[in-house]
Design a protein around this ligand. Structure first.
Ligand SMILES: Nc1ncnc2c1ncn2[C@@H]1O[C@H](COP(=O)(O)OP(=O)(O)OP(=O)(O)O)[C@@H](O)[C@H]1O
Ligand SMILES: [Mg+2]
Length: 283
């Protein structure tokens, strides 16, 4: 990523935001969501990276049809010699412009991954990026808990199947116990699929406000994964792609709002400081 044009907002460099994509059940659409969300964010002229946090069986490389030279294995082995700039050499550039750090090629290499090393990699990436979208392993295995704790936002993906909802509820409750519920955003994938439970009931079942809805379109979603071209690239007019563009809009506007909120105390402090004079005290 060194020497690249910084084509974009926000103009003030600020640590990027990490979004962890997780789910209580496998096969509900984490990888689909990760790649399509990342590219939708990138289309808004935002610097975006993907980290495949499914360290054993990650398939981001497949979903993006990447021929990468390096993976998380190499980064873990070289971590002592890697800095913010040299890390860029280990990233794979997807043709969309998104930077990707793929999972190790073999499941046993996941043993090289430690919380401290991954956190360091994430911190270095967030110095360069506005968003880092992380696909995690299924459920709450140790690596996934570490990633969830580190994340600024946790997207929990569910569908309308009874078993998925039951486990999603347990996942949400566990995150509540861990004190992480303020970071949680629920995403109901395949929201209009035929099911005994309607998408509208999910809010009440899971006790979650304002979920994001992604429509069901197996033909587009499945073909996209199989050919390794995220549908937001070449099927932008479909409802499923449009739902990702909306999600990207929603997530970025939320972040802009929090930027403004963060600025307010300073403005207020300055105003109060001005009124109170130098010796004045205020909270
Ligand atoms: N909105 C959708 N509509 C229809 N099919 C979908 C949708 N999202 C994902 N799928 C399909 O669901 C399947 C699983 O998707 P995906 O691989 O993204 O899930 P995953 O949670 O990453 O799975 P794993 O647990 O194996 O990593 C794929 O066949 C994909 O095409
Ligand atoms: Mg996956």
């Amino acid at each position: 990523m060194t020497g690249e044009t910084m084509h974009h907002q926000p103009s003030k460099r600020k640590r990027g935001e990490m979004i962890a994509v997780c789910s209580a059940k496998g096969g509900v659409g984490r990888t689909t969501l990760t790649v399509n969300l990342a590219i939708s964010l990138f289309k808004k002229n935002i610097k975006v990276g993907i980290l495949d946090g499914d360290f054993q069986f990650g398939d981001i490389g497949l979903a993006l049809d990447l021929q990468s030279t390096f993976s998380m294995k190499d980064v873990m082995e070289e971590i002592e010699n890697i800095d913010e700039f040299s890390l860029g050499n280990y990233l794979c550039s997807h043709e969309s412009g998104v930077k990707v750090l793929p999972a190790p090629e073999r499941p046993e290499y996941a043993d090289l991954v430690t919380k401290e090393r991954v956190n360091r990699v994430i911190d270095l990436l967030l110095q360069q990026l506005d968003y880092l979208v992380v696909d995690t392993g299924v459920g709450l295995q140790e690596h996934t808990i570490d990633l969830i704790e580190k994340a600024d936002q946790i997207l929990i993906v569910t569908n309308l199947e009874m078993a998925t909802l039951k486990n999603t509820k347990l996942l949400i409750e566990t995150l509540e116990v861990l004190g992480l519920s303020h970071k949680v955003q629920l995403v109901i994938n395949r929201a209009d699929m035929e099911s005994v439970i309607g998408a509208n009931d999910v809010k009440d079942i899971l006790n979650i406000e304002d979920p994001i809805y992604i429509p069901n379109n197996f033909q587009v979603a499945s073909q996209s994964l199989n050919i390794g071209i995220p549908f937001v690239i070449n099927q932008g007019k479909t409802d499923i792609a449009k739902s990702f563009f909306r999600m990207a809009e929603q997530l970025t506007s939320r972040r802009e709002i929090s930027f403004i909120k963060e600025k307010n105390p300073n403005v207020l402090s300055k105003l109060l400081g001005f009124k109170l004079g130098k010796g004045g005290s205020y909270e």
